[in-house]
Ligand binder design. Structure first.
Ligand SMILES: C[S@@+](CC[C@H](N)C(=O)[O-])C[C@H]1O[C@@H](n2cnc3c(N)ncnc32)[C@H](O)[C@@H]1O
Length: 374
């Protein structure tokens, strides 16, 4: 791993979050470097906000922290923690951190957007900006050249204004957007759809996993959630819109469900879905967290988990590993972890290593559901 970002005679020490021994992935990318190189000699007003969207682990926030009042906007709790950690490691002042549903500071002078892969989130952010930015605001998007499609540029044109692109440097590209206030539209409502076979209505903010239809893995897991009056505390780890939590709550009305996700929009959707679908919405307590960090040990009866297989843009199994280790900690003796995964992901090996036992409880052509007991 490259330990530090050195650019323009300045060095920043940047790590991903959570920090891992033998990390092979960098905490910034070529698009960050391109944005920094392009913007470094801009004359900035020390009073007017600089908005940074979707900063992966705080590289951009660190770079700009001393140049003006920075507000970093991200849907990711992990990205926010990474940003905090890197600001502290470089002895830089704190920046304001907002989630994507928060009201943004008025009158920004500069907006830097790491273009998200999710077009619904991009559209949401472009629409927010169209309402917000003054005429003189400079807006620059950035991303991997191969991920900036014609459709990405069309969204920028449609929801914010005239859009031009730069040449590619180190396979990254910049996107320059001139805001046109006449394009401002009311913010879109969350997407809502029904899962009639389970009697559920699901509402989904823009960045929620599988926010336009039910995930096929989630659909299979729904059919295998235990119903047992002795279950008092159930955790839905990586809850997304809360579909698994809702079903667990319906089947086990005596149980308290703790739903955890690192996406603020997921947790907000899960909370809204509890109100939409349950007579007692208090049955679900949804929280933003990195896996089960900081939760007490030995209290949960059951952990249900449909793990993610990427962090930011990197495909990785370390989050699944952390989720299973954390589940082992918070489960009471004889508590159970139920995991769904694609056949080739090999979650059973991990569960066997952590719990000393694993069995298959269901499978179809794509997925297997495993159970380990503590
Ligand atoms: C495969 S989705 C499952 C969503 C939902 N449970 C379902 O079955 O449709 C995995 C979820 O894990 C969340 N996630 C990713 N990394 C996480 C982390 N470190 N801590 C908590 N949640 C995380 C993602 O935001 C995503 O919502």
């Amino acid at each position: 791993m490259k330990p530090a970002l050195t650019l323009l005679d300045r060095t920043l020490h940047l790590a991903r979050y959570p920090q891992r021994k033998n990390e092979t992935l960098q905490a910034w990318d070529a698009a960050d470097e391109y944005l920094i190189n392009h913007s470094h000699d801009m004359v900035l007003d020390p009073q007017r906000p600089i908005l940074i969207f979707n900063d992966s682990f705080g590289a951009l926030s660190c770079w700009f922290a001393e140049k003006g009042p920075v507000t970093s906007v991200s849907d990711s709790y992990i990205a926010q923690q990474g940003c905090r950690q890197n600001l502290a490691a470089n002895a830089l002042p704190d920046v304001t951190q907002f989630d994507c549903l928060a009201e943004l500071p008025a009158n920004p002078q500069l907006v830097l957007i790491k273009l998200p892969k999710n077009n619904r989130l991009l559209t949401w952010q472009l629409q927010q900006l169209c309402h917000l930015v003054p005429d003189d605001c400079i807006i620059i998007g950035a991303g991997k050249a191969k991920e900036i499609h014609t459709s990405t540029l069309k969204l920028c044109e449609k929801y914010l204004g005239e859009t031009k692109t730069s040449l590619a440097v180190k396979k990254a590209r910049l996107v320059f957007i001139k805001a046109d206030k006449t394009l401002a539209k009311p913010m879109p409502a969350p997407k809502t759809w029904d899962v009639p076979e389970h009697g559920l209505t699901l509402t989904n903010h823009a960045n929620v996993f599988s926010g336009e239809s039910l995930d096929i893995g989630g659909r299979f897991l729904l059919e295998h959630i235990p119903q047992n009056p002795s279950l008092n505390n159930i955790i839905d780890l990586g809850c997304g819109n809360g579909v698994i939590s809702l079903k667990a709550a319906q089947l086990n009305p005596q149980a308290k469900i703790t739903s955890v996700d690192e996406s603020y929009m997921a947790v907000a959707s899960c909370q809204e879905n509890a109100k939409l679908n349950l007579d007692n919405p208090e049955q679900i307590h949804a929280i933003v967290n990195n896996c089960l960090d900081g939760l007490e040990a030995d209290w949960a009866d059951l952990v249900l988990c449909n793990p993610p297989f990427h962090q930011q843009n990197a495909i990785t199994d370390h989050i699944a590993w952390q989720m299973f280790c954390d589940a082992q900690q918070v489960l009471r003796p004889r508590g159970q972890l139920i995991v769904i995964g694609n056949r080739q992901l090999g979650y059973d090996e991990k569960m066997k290593r952590i719990f000393g036992n694993v069995k298959k409880i269901a499978q179809n052509s794509k997925f297997i559901i495993y159970l380990s007991g503590k």
